[in-house]
Design a protein around this ligand. Structure first.
Ligand code: ADP
Length: 389
């Protein structure tokens, strides 16, 4: 049995899935090495949910992503019968040039390393396992799939900031992210609601990272995310859209160091910063602290405002799609967000919403409301298989 390994490497965790290539792709297992460098734990589950591994490791044994990748490789060699034929990687930034997945070699990897300044918190983590595999198994095809590629068709107008042009040439552009999720959802919508998929659609990817994308005829034309993953909607711990004057104030008037500002905006803002309670929507919904309720109110408010902006980009709206952790699992927030879309003609059906059905709108709703679970890993596996073939 030939298999594909999909790797999604973050700052303190390495998530992975294995797919069998048999009549398309079949998910065999998914796992995660979390707490890298602090309290490493490897969890692996089979496709039917059974626990295949649950191991704690000493911090010194798994100090970084490269050793985490070695642990995962060793576990797969020992316990997994498949023959690994390729590795697909999630890479946050493809810069201005990579508008599709690409087979990795030394030259491409060096090129992607040049993009580190555009995503200093994510790109190095995404690339470290690629280099580790390239050094140990140069024969094994590795494919990079970018979070930016799906948005590369945006118009020049949509891609610019109103600053002197040379910055655009140097790479200061509105890129947009979560592209693998949007690509998956756009494809799924094409299968389940082809009439709608060719129309004007907003997809809301609401997870610990959150953004929205405007799809016209299945193609991305606008996104709430721009140069970095900080823009647009407030997220679990990230601020979302903020007046750049606030950053100047923090630096110049409060004398904060750039690193402190970075930590504030990436790690201590968003739902966590506003509520002072948690970054997790489940905890905020369960809390009776008024600040938790306020943080959720702000989140819903900003989603409503951004939906108006994307509907303007689309010249109207045929459907609004909820996806990712919050979008897929929280009927309460879906209902509150749908209420912000009533002026556009959206009407939610409470029973269908509570049941998490695919179409949660009433029959007379002018804007269809959908819940479409995303699957970024499957999207990466598909791209990897397509490039292999
Ligand atoms: P990521 O992959 O970016 O880590 P997810 O898409 O898994 O994020 O989303 C994680 C978030 O989804 C959690 O922080 C939590 O707030 C939210 N979430 C998950 N399940 C529920 C639920 N039943 N109700 C409300 N929110 C939920």
């Amino acid at each position: 049995m030939d298999t594909i390994l999909v790797v999604n490497a973050g700052s303190s965790s390495l998530k992975f899935e294995v797919f069998a290539i048999a009549d398309g792709l079949k998910k065999l297992l998914r796992g995660q090495m979390e707490g890298i460098g602090t309290a490493p734990r490897l969890h692996i589950k089979g496709s039917d949910g059974q626990v295949l591994a649950e191991n704690a490791h000493a911090p010194n044994d798994v100090p970084d992503l490269i050793t985490a990748m070695r642990f995962v490789g060793a576990w797969l060699r020992e316990h997994h019968e498949g023959r690994l034929v390729a590795v697909g990687h999630r890479v946050v930034h493809g810069g201005p040039d990579y508008d599709r997945p690409i087979l990795l070699d030394e030259a491409v990897l060096t090129d992607l390393e040049r993009l580190v300044p555009l995503a200093p918190l994510h790109q190095p983590n995404n690339l470290a396992p690629i280099r580790a595999v390239l050094e140990r198994r140069p024969d094994l095809p590795q494919i990079a799939c970018f979070d930016t590629s799906f948005h590369r068709g945006h118009s020049l107008v949509a891609s610019h900031y109103a600053i002197p042009e040379h910055f655009f040439e140097e790479g200061v552009r509105r890129y947009g992210f979560h592209g693998l999720s949007y690509e998956y959802v756009a494809g799924k919508l094409h299968d389940v609601a082809p009439g709608i998929a060719n129309g004007r659609v907003i997809v809301a990817h609401l997870g610990s990272g959150a953004s929205m994308c405007a799809l016209l005829g299945g193609k991305s034309i606008e996104s709430t995310l721009g140069f970095t993953a900080l823009d647009g909607l407030p997220m679990g711990t990230r601020c979302g859209q903020i007046d750049p004057g606030v950053i100047l104030y923090l630096l110049q008037q409060l004398g904060m160091a750039p690193k402190e500002v970075e930590n504030l905006l990436y790690k201590d803002s968003g739902l966590k910063g506003l509520s002072g309670v948690s970054n997790d929507v489940r905890a905020l919904l369960a809390s009776d602290d008024p600040r938790a309720a306020f943080a959720l109110e702000h989140f819903v408010h900003r989603i409503g405002l951004n939906a108006g902006m994307l509907a303007a980009a689309l010249g109207g709206l045929d459907a609004f799609v909820f996806t990712a952790g919050i979008g897929e699992n929280s009927p309460v927030l879906r209902a509150r967000i749908a209420a912000k879309l009533e002026w556009l003609g959206a009407k939610i059906d409470p029973a269908r919403n509570a049941a998490g059905e695919l179409d949660i709108s009433t029959p007379d709703s002018k804007v269809r409301l959908y819940v479409v679970p995303t699957d970024e890993e499957l999207m990466i596996a598909r791209h990897t298989l397509a490039l292999l073939n």
